[in-house]
Design a binder for this molecule. Structure first.
Ligand SMILES: [Zn+2]
Length: 493
């Protein structure tokens, strides 16, 4: 190449760059590109999702939380909408609720000082409150909201917390704010409204972006689902829930796992470094074997809670009253597994609770299989589950109480919490264990990683799950899984 040609090419290239720069700046594309470069992959993914802004003010004397909520709702359905619905679960804690937050057999354990009512008072005008126990808010729209359009909706309400060891409530140790805000109801061929239920986690949530401020009296440490961006100001992207736990007594330990800061907020733990180590191991293991955990924080929060543990977006509750060390580590791993099964891959937890619980239980067992220092194996956990089922069935048979092995059942339709637990956790785990016995657990891990990638930030259904596993593994799993869910488990248990 001669000097002359090189100069000509250089001049041509310079002219092209200048022209392109002018075109880009005229159309604002340059700005868009520059803007995009500063966004993380999570923020980029979040741009098609709605935002929930919460300004919260906690009053310690009255145990009330005043909330000003601004929701940017996007119509992702194919229909024009004339109203938008929200779940407001605080009213499930009221007296004489048709669907109470706590099973009758658990009332004594749940309320440290006897029954105490919780409820919400909504002050926004021109809205309707209905549903079972007034847990559904309907906001009528002035004009139809077409597919792809968004609207900003303002709601103001005050929540009176019950004195209860539950998702939403206060005790002497901590204030649990789980499912406290007005959660947009999923629209899928109609509004998917469900009552609260003391069986399982009665939720069906889409991912949202969150911007949350919390004003609380001095001295509270605040654990949240988000990343702190300023004093008392937190943000999170693509979370299925935003939870907060506050306490004056939290001690904290922190470690980094990849790009995530894991913080352990604890009240009473003699081996906090081991608990945090287990959490970090679980996060790293599931990130490496399923899909990458995308959030910059994960809060492991020890608090008063009735049922072992509870999963929220980027935050988990671990119950203070789990005193057995190995069981405590098991709860930590199970709740972290939910960051994938419930969190990243969503499901309708009322209609198919065995999907997220079964997968969380199965993946917890695989974690223990690959971390022998805990002394549990996949096989030993499967045996324990088989024994629990046998014991449950023997007792039911002995007393002539009807039960079902049928897993096609909404969580709200179980009359006995134990039957729900057996069908959802034990049979749920054993379903995936039976598949792993057929194909090998490494192969099932790979199939689950593919399934998680395909369904990240979406909802999975029985159809999607069974067909994805069948495609990946090459077995006639659709028939096998359908038989299993229909209660014909005798051949594999
Ligand atoms: Zn669970």
């Amino acid at each position: 190449m001669t000097q002359k040609i090189r100069r000509r090419i250089l001049a041509l290239a310079l002219a092209t760059v200048l022209t392109l720069a002018i075109v880009l700046s005229v159309f604002g594309i340059g700005q868009a590109l520059r803007h995009e470069q500063t966004l993380s992959p999570l923020q980029t993914a979040s741009q098609n999702y709605g935002t929930i802004k919460l300004d919260c003010n906690y009053s310690e004397d009255s145990h009330t939380l005043a909330v000003n909520q601004l929701t940017t709702y996007i119509n992702h359905s194919t229909q024009t909408l004339f109203d938008v619905k929200f779940h407001l679960y605080a009213n499930a804690y009221q007296k004489d609720a048709a669907y109470p937050a706590v099973a009758p057999s658990e009332i004594e354990r749940a309320y440290p000082n006897g029954f105490d009512a919780g409820y919400a008072k909504v002050t926004t005008p021109h809205i309707l409150i209905g549903g079972e126990d007034n847990t559904v808010i309907t906001v009528p729209l002035d004009h139809g909201l077409k597919t792809g359009e968004s609207i900003d909706l303002n709601l103001q309400y005050t929540i009176k917390l019950a004195n209860i060891k539950h998702r939403l409530g206060y005790t002497d140790n901590a204030i649990n704010l789980g499912n406290f805000y007005a959660i947009p109801v999923v629209y899928d061929n109609g509004w998917q409204v469900y009552p609260y239920s003391y069986n399982g986690d009665p939720f069906y949530n889409e991912p949202y972006n969150f911007d949350v401020t919390m004003t609380a009296p001095e001295g509270y440490q605040i654990a949240t689902s988000g990343t702190q961006v300023a004093p008392n100001h937190y943000q999170g992207y693509m979370l299925r829930d935003f939870a907060i736990v506050m306490s004056r007594d939290f001690k904290t330990l922190t470690r980094e796992v990849g790009n995530t800061t894991v913080t352990y907020y604890y009240l009473n733990d003699d081996i906090p470094d081991i608990s945090l180590y287990t959490a970090c191991n679980a996060l790293a293991y599931f990130s490496n074997n399923l899909i990458d955990y995308p959030y910059s924080t994960l809060a492991i929060v020890q608090t008063d809670f009735l049922q072992g543990g509870m999963e929220y977006g980027a935050l988990v509750y671990i119950a203070l009253d789990v005193t057995d060390q190995l069981q405590y580590q098991g709860v930590i791993v199970h709740e972290i597994a939910h960051q994938w099964w419930y969190g990243l891959v969503g499901n309708n937890q009322i209609r198919t609770p065995w999907i997220d619980e079964g997968l969380a239980e199965y993946c917890t067992a695989v974690f223990f299989e690959t971390h022998p220092q805990y002394g549990k194996t996949l096989e030993s956990i499967a045996t324990q589950n088989r024994e629990s089922i046998k014991m449950f069935e023997n007792i039911m048979d002995e007393y002539g109480v009807y039960y079902t092995r049928q897993m096609y059942k909404n969580s709200t339709d179980y009359h006995m919490p134990t039957e729900y637990t057996i069908n959802t956790y034990a049979r749920g785990m054993l379903l995936f264990y039976a598949i792993s016995e057929m194909v090998g657990y490494e192969n099932l891990n790979q199939a689950l990683a593919k399934f998680a990638t395909e369904n990240c930030y979406r909802f999975c259904t029985i159809y999607r799950l069974t067909h994805s596993l069948e495609d990946s593994l090459g077995y006639d799993l659709v028939k096998f899984i359908n038989n299993y869910l229909a209660g014909r488990q005798d051949t594999v248990l």
